[in-house]
Design a protein around this ligand. Structure first.
Ligand code: SF4
Length: 373
């Protein structure tokens, strides 16, 4: 079982907080589609022993390519690997989703949309430098449901330096009232290479206090639960049947292949990633030499143990120490750090698995650090 990720490195405009790999120069889109098709053709045959279950177009803004180009890349992937397709997600921004495009995406076989909404508050959307309005976001979700999409996820953000505190409860409630079965809600982190990072550095803006972020987290957990969502990962909530299979496979350690600039791949002890430079990627694609622009590393048992802890403790099911030992050769040490975490309730054992209780997930990275080897 494996997953395929396709990175589409284009956005119509740079959001103020985003440091994902993308360019706003859209002129190379056709060449990039050709290159992605070529990488699928060149790389997937090396994965013949795997059966792919999930396909995920992320970015960037994949919806900027249009359904025909997305379908062309997928067709190449379907042709060059074994598939038992259970889920095909496309990330999309509201401004790209009109009824014709949605219908076309359904026709080519897309089963799930992940729509970047972030907020319904005009002041917040403006600070984020989002292109769409709140009304357009609502319309896009409703149009997607009308087009027959049963699996729709929306992204929201909190812990922002702008907007009234109560806007967060309104945003979450508005998202819960939409015909969606998944929410991804992220705490904003300031990245140095972004407009937000530069505003902070210049002293023009301040990060919100931790207490406010924690209050917003509590509001989110409460409203999502009331609306029938299970909080299954620190940033992710699903109604029954709405869990993201592709992302769950990442967290399970299932092998995945990433194609496109900056995309990461992982199989067994090996991890490799493509150059983040579109120019370098396109240059190598012109000779179908995709290995020439990759970097790689071999993961030790200890690396895999630490990674499994990082991803496992972000999830509701936590980690199974026996499985960890079998997979990595390393165990969770019964020691002072673990005793202390158990004693003060920041970790707990449930059915033989170690997990972080929901109320402590926002501090999960610091907790995990205490258990890493
Ligand atoms: S948040 Fe999404 S749309 Fe905005 S710049 Fe990042 S990838 Fe592009």
């Amino acid at each position: 079982m494996a997953g395929l990720y396709v990175h589409v490195p284009f956005c119509a405009q740079a959001c103020s907080y985003c440091d994902f790999h993308f360019t706003t120069k859209l002129g190379d889109r056709d060449r990039m589609v050709d290159a992605l098709v070529a990488e699928a053709e060149a790389t997937l045959p090396e994965w013949r022993e795997q059966r792919f279950h999930t396909l995920y177009f992320g970015g960037g803004t994949p919806s900027l390519l249009g359904a025909a180009a997305i379908g062309r890349i997928a067709e190449s992937a379907f042709t060059h690997a074994e598939w038992n397709l259970r889920e095909w997600t496309v990330e999309a921004n509201p401004e790209d989703l009109d009824p014709d495009t949605l219908s076309h995406l359904r026709d080519i076989g897309v089963t799930r949309l992940s729509i970047g909404i972030q907020s319904f508050d005009p002041e917040v959307l403006q600070w984020m430098r989002r292109i769409h309005t709140a009304d357009k976001a609502v319309q896009a979700v409703n149009d997607a449901a009308a087009a027959g999409f049963e699996h729709i996820s929306v992204d929201l953000m909190y812990g922002l330096p702008v907007g009234a505190e109560e806007r967060w409860a309104e945003d979450v409630q508005r998202a819960c009232d939409l015909p969606v079965d998944h929410l991804s809600c992220y705490i904003l982190t300031a990245e140095p290479r972004t407009l937000y990072g530069r505003q902070l550095e210049a002293g023009n803006i301040a990060t919100p206090p931790d207490e406010l972020v924690l209050r917003q987290y509590d509001v989110l957990c409460g409203l999502a639960s009331e609306a029938g969502f299970e909080h299954y990962e620190v940033s992710n909530f699903a109604r029954p049947g709405g869990h993201s299979r592709h992302n769950s496979a990442y967290w399970d350690g299932t092998p995945y292949l990433g194609i496109g600039p900056g995309a990461h791949s992982h199989k067994g002890q090996d991890r490799w990633w493509n150059s983040r430079s579109n120019a370098a990627f396109l240059k190598h694609a012109s000779t179908a030499d995709f290995r020439g622009q990759r970097s790689s590393e071999k993961l030790s048992g200890r690396d895999r143990f630490n990674e499994a802890l990082i991803t496992g403790l972000r999830r509701i099911q936590g980690v199974d120490p026996n499985a960890l030992e079998t997979q990595t050769g390393w165990t969770i040490e019964p020691n002072g750090a673990l005793d202390k975490l158990l004693e003060d309730g920041r970790c707990e054992w449930v059915d033989g698995r170690l997990r972080i209780p929901e109320k402590h997930w926002p501090m999960g990275d610091a907790i995990t650090l205490e258990l890493m080897r």
